[in-house]
Design a protein around this ligand. Structure first.
Ligand SMILES: Cc1cc2nc3c(=O)[nH]c(=O)nc-3n(C[C@H](O)[C@H](O)[C@H](O)COP(=O)(O)O)c2cc1C
Ligand code: SF4
Length: 490
């Protein structure tokens, strides 16, 4: 993963934990209304993909155990990992694109409700994404994928001072391109071709020459609405639309989106499909369930959407009637690290990925509560516009003191804590019971994220080799790591 060049190692904040009495009087452990539901506390586990579904996208026992383990810590809400809305092969990513996924999802809901004694409200994040291919070997790219254009002949003839490239057989051009240095290739291929060579082919929402992409505004509202109906049928309390990071909906919102069909270009056009999806989903969400979304306060990429775009979107989302806004940051393909040949590009490996999941190797600002400013700006903007919709923040928040201070200052309404909950799924409960000293604190060094990147079952370095002989322990595919945190009894 990319790290800021300063590479300052930040120590975990020294903190005082509250007594049970102080915790029960705190804002963090006070209820908050989310549309028709009331969360028992302002504690929230944001969506995290732990790679435990089957290769068909079905819920497994390991998926159920993972969420039941979180639920034992009694968070106010859990958002289940990004779950695909289509019925297409997506590797071990959970899916909700067909009725056959409903029984597994129902089992997951029941397990969370039982484990939290009904205290935890359960949402699921719904995602759409476009096609992405692994990085090909250069010879394969030039022999099979690159479409030779007159511009290539022109540039090659000029760069190599060989006029015969204007008329020679295509195979000679392809063979020759394979021999060229990257600097020379950069003067012959266009930016998209170079990107496909270095990172693998990837569709963009502005590839309107492709019929299925041109028609996204017609297909996506129905796909999101149908997936929503299925997960609500399974018993989820609501849905979180995934409008953040590197995926389809965030790409519509991106300032890079230059579609010329009314769904790109200006902010008004870029937010059009996201609003149409909200409307279609709203129509299938009954009045006792929640509809919220996660979006980016800042894409943190060159030419991308910044905070001013996000504030405009926040107002439009608020007026569209969503019940919560969860604010994230970065996590884009555009600045991701070049993958090894045979691997796929991963959106959390560049500077924008760093902003999404900041580690302790940081700049002077450090990783702790790094993204709160974005949530604060979103909250102030929608509040000034007359909307009281709760705003969720996340990013390096792993102590009671920090969470409480954010709420005290009114910078957000709900505290999302992702990696700290992997490190210690009981931490909210421990704090609530006045046992904060026993919290196993996340070190924010991103071992878990490294596993995620390789699509390996996500675990935490603080517990995955501990107490392997505990009753009921299940191990990962390598047989060396436990899949859930050791048990804790209050
Ligand atoms: C293993 C892992 C998987 C993640 N998967 C998702 C996801 O499916 N959807 C999403 O919106 N964010 C995802 N995230 C980002 C987290 O929800 C969160 O925003 C980020 O980790 C920052 O919060 P933290 O500092 O409390 O960990 C993931 C993070 C991790 C570590
Ligand atoms: S592996 Fe554990 S300690 Fe390290 S960042 Fe992930 S959750 Fe935190």
């Amino acid at each position: 993963m990319w790290q800021p060049p300063e590479r300052i190692k930040h120590a975990l904040p020294v903190t005082n934990w509250p007594s049970a009495k102080e915790a029960s009087a705190s804002r963090l452990f006070s209820p908050v209304r989310l549309g028709p539901k009331t969360l028992t506390s302002r504690t929230w586990i944001p969506a995290m993909v732990p790679w435990r579904a089957t290769s068909e996208g079905l819920v497994t026992d390991d998926v159920v155990d993972w969420y039941a383990r979180f639920a034992k810590g009694r968070p106010g809400a859990i958002v289940v990992e990004a779950t695909g809305i289509r019925d297409v092969p997506s590797g071990p990513l959970m899916r909700a694109g067909h009725e056959r996924f409903v029984p597994g999802l129902r089992r997951l809901v029941e397990a969370v409700k039982n484990a939290s004694n009904g205290e935890t409200t359960l949402f699921i994040q719904l995602i759409d994404f476009l096609q992405i291919r692994r990085r090909p070997p250069a010879d394969k790219y030039f022999s099979r994928f690159l479409r030779i254009r007159p511009e290539h002949r022109e540039a090659l003839a000029k760069a190599e001072e060989r006029p015969s490239f204007h008329t020679c057989d295509e195979s000679i051009i392809r063979d020759h391109l394979t021999t060229l240095e990257p600097e020379k290739l950069a003067s012959i291929l266009d930016a998209r071709e170079l990107d496909a060579l270095q990172k693998g082919y990837r569709e963009r929402v502005w590839d309107t020459h492709l019929e299925h992409i041109r028609e996204l505004p017609q297909t996506l509202p129905g796909l999101f609405a149908d997936a929503t109906s299925r997960v609500l049928e399974a018993g989820f309390d609501g849905v979180e639309l995934h409008y953040a990071h590197a995926y389809t909906m965030a790409s519509f919102l991106s300032a890079l989106n230059n579609r010329d069909d009314g769904y790109g270009g200006s902010r008004e056009n870029r937010v059009r499909l996201p609003l149409e999806v909200i409307k279609a989903v709203r129509d299938v969400v009954p009045s006792d369930r929640v509809l919220g979304l996660r979006f980016l306060g800042d894409e943190v990429i060159e030419g991308g959407s910044r905070l001013d775009d996000a504030l405009y979107y926040a107002k439009r989302f608020a007026e569209s009637g969503v019940d919560f806004l969860s604010v994230s940051k970065g996590g884009k393909f555009e600045d991701a690290k070049i993958p090894k040949v045979g691997d796929a590009v991963y959106p959390y490996t560049g500077p924008s990925g760093y902003e999404c999941m900041p580690s302790v190797y940081s700049d002077a600002r450090g990783p702790f509560g790094r993204n709160v400013g974005l949530a604060d700006a979103v909250k102030r903007t929608i509040n000034e516009a007359g909307y009281e919709i709760p705003v969720v923040t996340a990013g390096g928040i792993g102590t009671f003191a920090m969470a409480e201070a954010i709420l005290d200052r009114g910078e957000a309404d709900i505290i999302g804590s992702a990696r700290q909950c992997i490190a210690d799924p009981d931490w909210f409960l421990k704090v609530r019971l006045g046992q904060g000293e026993s919290v196993r604190r996340c070190e924010y060094t991103n071992y878990c994220e490294g596993l995620d990147q390789k699509h390996k079952q996500v675990t935490c370095k603080l517990w995955d080799r501990k107490q392997l002989d505990e009753e009921g322990v299940t191990l990962d595919h390598s047989g060396r790591r436990r899949l859930t945190a050791p048990a804790w009894t209050p």
